[in-house]
Ligand binder design. Structure first.
Ligand SMILES: [Zn+2]
Length: 309
């Protein structure tokens, strides 16, 4: 009977988080022991905060006091018993060894190449998967629902026709710019079978195909909307935003942007555009205009693999 590893996946989606001894006791022996045996969990330094071992109702910072025979003892304040003794066992905690998870997954999927870390502690390339004549980067990304996930997006989108494994959590709807890559939750395809990792490869291939089909049927709505924006702005007046969008849409070239604007009846010198770009540097890096850049580069990536090399 396959067992769900949901608790492990949730822990993985909180990069760097530790599993306390108390939380581990809620995991169920099978799952916890299997995660240890697989090398997915490694014991970390003793916790400085613990769940109260008396009432389990609160968490407190551990206070270290001199004990008998020159030793030390640990305790926390507790509203129920005033002072709750804390044992070394209570302070045990574990962290996910993501390198072990990545290499185990890569082996189980029989991928070519060795796993490499693309973004420290967050994104790994498990290897390359060749399917229907196309090579694709199989990635593992964790914490895509975290506020800082935007910082690791580039490592994903710059990969070759990536397929992205995530533990459980998916990023918000506005996370991707351009076409989102197929996203496979480990919880959907990986389970514990007799204390070993079982991967449902049929389900996996099916999910990737479904995602690809969805992508192929979706028009590139983002660039369409932006094109519309550029067009309607041109029909009214030349705004900073219009100039910036034209600049980005023309491969970040002031000269090309000046030409494109001229074609539409707007005269502006390319040096003026360059000055404007400088002024809005920050906006260009993080704002909506970025979408155009990403959409264009993703189109380049979408050209058939054979023609790329
Ligand atoms: Zn308590």
């Amino acid at each position: 009977m396959p067992e769900s590893l949901t608790l492990l996946w949730s822990l993985m989606d909180m990069p760097g988080a530790a599993l306390s001894n108390y939380a581990a006791s809620l995991w169920g022996t099978n799952v916890f022991q299997a995660a240890l045996a697989l090398g997915f969990l490694r014991e970390a330094e003793p916790a400085t905060w613990v769940t109260c071992p008396e009432c389990f109702e609160h968490e407190e910072e551990v206070i270290v006091r001199p004990g008998r025979n020159g030793g030390v003892c640990y305790a926390i304040p507790c509203p129920e018993v005033l002072r709750a003794e804390v044992s070394l066992n209570d302070m045990r905690q574990w962290r996910v060894d993501m390198a072990a998870v990545a290499s185990t997954l890569a082996r189980a999927l029989q991928l070519a190449g060795k796993p490499t870390e693309l973004a420290p502690g967050r994104v790994w390339r498990l290897g390359r998967w060749k399917y229907q004549g196309q090579a694709r980067d199989m990635l593992l990304a964790i914490g895509l629902n975290q506020p800082d996930a935007i910082d690791i997006r580039r490592q994903i989108t710059a990969s070759r026709r990536p397929v992205v494994f995530v533990p459980l959590a998916e990023p918000g709807a506005d996370f991707w710019v351009g076409q989102p890559p197929p996203l496979i939750r480990l919880s959907e395809v990986v389970s514990l079978v007799d204390s070993a990792l079982g991967i449902d490869t049929t389900e996996l291939v099916g999910l990737i195909q479904d995602a690809d089909e969805r992508t192929d049927n979706t028009p590139d709505s983002l660039s369409f909307v932006l094109d519309q924006k550029v067009r309607s702005a041109l029909n009214s007046k030349m705004t900073d935003e219009l100039i910036l969008q034209t600049y980005v849409a023309n491969g970040s070239s002031s000269r090309k942007a000046a030409k494109a604007l001229k074609k539409r009846g707007h005269s502006i010198h390319h040096a003026t555009i360059s000055r404007l770009v400088k002024k809005y540097e920050e906006v260009l890096r993080t704002g909506s205009s970025e979408s155009v850049v990403r959409t264009r580069s993703s189109q380049r990536r979408d050209t058939p693999i054979e023609k790329r090399d």
